[in-house]
Structures are given as structure tokens and as C-alpha cells.
Design a protein. Structure first.
Length: 84
């Protein structure tokens, strides 16, 4: 018979924190994707993105703020997930 294995709370926290960190990284990637597409559109490439420099600057600032916020969350949740 197969031996039953109990899952510890530490393992659950580590799995949750890893999943949330990956999700936050995905959000960061999506935001920066829009910023890069906006820069390409301003350079003449036909992309759907901000049509003027102000929209691009707003996108960059938004991406930077969101990146810093998500990194802080990754650190906090990583520490929470590593607790025994």
C-alpha cells in the first residue's frame, strides 16, 4: 500500500508564495509590454499603444510604480512562504 504523506503548512506557504510571485512577475511583464509597444508606436511602428509622449510617460511611470510594488510583495510573500 502507498504510504500517506501529510503536507506541512510550510510546504503550503512555500507553494502559495511561489505561485503569487510568478503571478506578480506576469503582471509586471504585461505592464512593460504595453510600455515597449507604446515606444515602438511613437517611433513609427504601427502598434496599439499610447499615441503621444504623455501617454508613454504615464505608461513608464505606471510600470515603474507597479514593478516596485510587486517586488515588495514578492519579498514579503517570499518571507512568509519560507517560515517553518
Amino acid at each position: 500500500m502507498a504510504e500517506e504523506r501529510k503536507v506541512s503548512m510550510g510546504e503550503v506557504r512555500k507553494t502559495i508564495s511561489t505561485s503569487l510571485a510568478a503571478a506578480f512577475g506576469f503582471v509586471i511583464a504585461l505592464v512593460w509590454s504595453n510600455v515597449v509597444l507604446g515606444g515602438l508606436a511613437l517611433s513609427g511602428a504601427s502598434m496599439t499603444a499610447p499615441k503621444d509622449a504623455v501617454g508613454l510617460v504615464v505608461g513608464i511611470v505606471t510600470a515603474l510604480v507597479l514593478t516596485i510594488f510587486m517586488i515588495v510583495l514578492i519579498i514579503v510573500i517570499g518571507r512568509w512562504g519560507s517560515k517553518a
